[in-house]
Design a protein around this ligand. Sequence first.
Ligand code: GLU
Length: 498
Amino acid sequence: MSDTVVPNDKIRVRMAPSPTGFLHIGGARTALFNWLFAKHHNGQFILRIDDTDIARSTDESMHEIYTALKWLGLEWDEGGDKGGPYAPYLQSERKSIYDKYVKQLLENGNAYYCYCSTEELEAIRKEARSNKSTRSYDGRCRHISSETKERYVSEGRKPTVRIKMPDKPIRVDDIILGSRNIDPATLEDEVIVRSNGMPNYNLTSIIDDAEMQITHVIRGTEHLNNTPKQIAIANALGLHLPQFAHIPLVLDDSGRKLSKRHHGDLVAVNRYREQGYLPEAMLNFVARLGWSYDDKQEIFSVAELIEKFDLDRVGKSGSVFDIKKLEWLNAHYINELDVSARTDAVMPFWEQEGLVDSSTKRDWLEKIVEAVGERLTTLQDIILQTRYFFSDDFEYESKAVKKWWGSSDEKKEKTCEILTNLGQILQEVTEFDIETVESAIWRYTDENDIKRVAAMQAMRIALTGTSFGPSLFDIVVLLGRDEVLKRIQRAIAYLNVI
Ligand code: GLU
């Protein structure tokens, strides 16, 4: 570990997404670990946008990343759309800053122009491969004569700028992974400015980390190979180095790195929001991808995460993305909501489906939510669980019909008889509340030697189309007498024609 000691309230970390797509689970995890580290140490969390790759960066993606981070509650202290003392925070707006440093590198002899064409570079790469060299560029433009340079310029070649890698080992101190010495033979002179004049990630990243007074760089291990390059650049510029902490990969259940390329929108944070996952569940889930407090605790509130999070409990090996665990956590957090908050949470899903509008009575909706109880894994499940409350435009589930209504004429006739009698009873009960309805129905089944479950399921299918769901008496009372009678009639008519 580096021995730089940083006072807690001076800790500054950053997340630096490239806006070339949606925020994915790995990105959310990087954001969360940085945010938690900042909160735990009373420091600052900065959102910097790495958009120097102009061709691939879009405003749309940048805003999608903002939305996803805000949904997760990972608000930043500086950067993004917020500004701050080190503005601008979009790298595309900081080119003059990088130009200044590049000039310094060229002047102090730590960088040089490279005029090699794409074809020449390819030939050098091929040769390096056949010589089994660890470098795919041999640094030949370090030493070109002024005549050759003039010729290249007159040919109209647009140079890149390369950093001269040192010939001594580079020491990388990592809070999570420990220290390593990187053999200089494995590092080639990295392009730091492209031929179109745009600076590259390794240059801009370490310059901004220094300019923005970042104390700790916490990011995924996919950047591990970039770190020695960034250290070399910082050393060549005499910049102060942040401490590094590389967090292990997130893997799928077959051990493959979770990536946009292989897993598509399965890794997109917004997908989980749209499907009705709660931000608390996502945060809890993502926090446990690589960090653990002890072997037992799975449920952590945000406040607890802030209190308990530190880098010394981040493991070295990859962690597995287990969707079942996320579902379990989500159900847990949904169940934690009181009925009113749960109703608020499912409301957008009902509205989106066109089931509820401003004229729908709130207390009726709350009672429906209460009746559904702990049956929601995601908020989206509310649709499947409750659609029949809003409309009788449903089909009868064929398996349920076969099992509970019967397939022989005799059984169907018996079902019709039971439904008719139940309809009669429900028409006659004086009060249409759970207690009265329940005791009237039990009296009927018990006196006529009808199995309670058979009568219940027959009526449940008539009212909901399915054989599962909340308590039948809750459903009956919430639908109301007229609707129940209508649905019983509809079921009888259906039974008569099948
Ligand atoms: N733009 C890089 C990424 O999105 C940032 C890496 C870093 O944190 O330095 O992966």
